[in-house]
Design a protein around this ligand. Structure first.
Ligand SMILES: [Zn+2]
Length: 359
């Protein structure tokens, strides 16, 4: 457990990281920290058009995943109405959304797609007709990947927005309604530095990848000073919305520990997701496995054909090979799996597995 930088009696909450690797880390917060978290989420909500007239649904288990707890309180703070979707299964959540005519909800990109799928299959309804106006994503990078964002927006017939945050840091970035193809950083509450991946020198020019290093100005119980987020990103152009907060082009480009060398080429799994989600004949789920055959790296892409596209393996794999070659400069092995046979995830998807010994 972390050592608080305030007397223990000032700590009012512990939160836990929701990361998928290693031991969970417990992060203490004072009441001031918790109010600060809520305030940082108010910036996100307001920039994405959430108002006091919204009725916002939170279809998550209210466990240790801090993002939507902060989202819950921030909705209340801006005067919106909050509806909890805890302790319900997917079908019950869908019925609640429809019956209560919610105007917005928050979920991981994987679950946004899963809910739409459930509405069509289990309720035999098109969720586009439910009048949802906006969806706020967290937990995975999908909402910043244009093709995944488009799948979600097409499924629900509304805007989908992303944000960036972490338990140890706070919610430090958000997309606005102008959708600048990236995310504003909240420079009112955070200092963000991009550092060159090799030299560690500050990166100022747009379009060059750097490691994201973050300082939160007001965090008390566990301060966050020049924290290495292990994310990589690049600066973008100023946004049309008029906010002066700088924009990270495309949001987070990937995790340093996911960017790995395969066959000597720098490889980011996010690039594969962009290709998979751009092809309408493919289902939403896929898996990416890197292993070795003898001394040679091998990448296998497991995919599902969408319903109605059965038997199209050959032309699909030819098209995948062409697009992935262009995007990642690598060749892949392909495995077709029946629709809905690959794992489905509600919180954090684990679609990328590196099975080589040296990782
Ligand atoms: Zn903007």
């Amino acid at each position: 457990m972390a050592m608080p930088c305030v007397p223990l009696e000032e700590v009012t909450e512990y939160h836990q990281t929701s990361g998928t690797t290693g031991q969970p880390i417990y992060v203490p917060d004072t009441w001031q920290d918790w109010e600060w978290w809520t305030e940082s989420w108010c910036y996100i909500l307001w920039a994405q058009g959430f108002r006091e007239t919204d009725r916002v649904f939170l279809p998550f288990g209210y466990n240790n995943f801090i993002a939507y707890w902060a989202g819950h309180y921030a909705c209340e703070k801006i005067g919106a109405e909050v509806v909890s979707g805890a302790l319900l299964n997917t079908e019950e959540r869908l019925l609640k959304m429809k019956d209560l005519r919610v105007t917005a909800f928050m979920a991981t990109p994987t679950y946004v797609l899963g809910l739409a799928d459930g509405a069509r299959k289990k309720l035999n309804m098109d969720p586009k007709e439910w009048g949802i106006k906006r969806i706020l994503c967290a937990g995975e990078p999908g909402a910043s990947i244009p093709t995944t964002k488009k799948r979600m927006e097409d499924a629900w017939g509304c805007d989908v927005f992303d944000h960036i945050g972490a338990t140890e840091i706070g919610a430090w970035g958000f997309e606005c309604t102008s959708k600048p193809g990236g995310m504003h950083i909240n420079e009112g509450l955070f200092l963000i530095e991009l550092l060159d991946l090799e030299t560690g020198q500050p990166v100022e020019e747009p379009g060059k990848l750097g490691k994201v290093v973050i300082t939160a100005f007001d965090k008390m119980a566990q301060p966050c000073i020049r924290y290495d987020s292990k994310d990589v990103a690049m600066w973008g152009e100023p946004c049309q919305c008029g906010r002066t907060f700088r924009v990270l082009k495309g949001g987070i480009q990937g995790r340093i520990d996911h960017i790995t060398k395969v066959k000597g080429v720098l490889f980011s799994p996010v690039a594969v997701e962009e290709v998979v989600r751009s092809m309408p004949q493919l289902g939403d789920e896929y898996e990416l496995i890197v292993d070795k055959v003898g001394d040679i790296d091998r990448i296998t892409l497991k995919y599902e054909l969408a319903p109605g596209c059965e038997g199209q393996e050959k032309e699909t794999e030819t098209e995948l090979a062409r697009l992935l070659r262009l995007k990642t400069n690598l060749n892949y092995e392909y495995e077709s799996h029946p629709y809905e046979s690959l794992p489905r995830y509600q919180v954090k998807a684990k679609r990328f597995k590196d099975l080589r010994n040296n990782h």
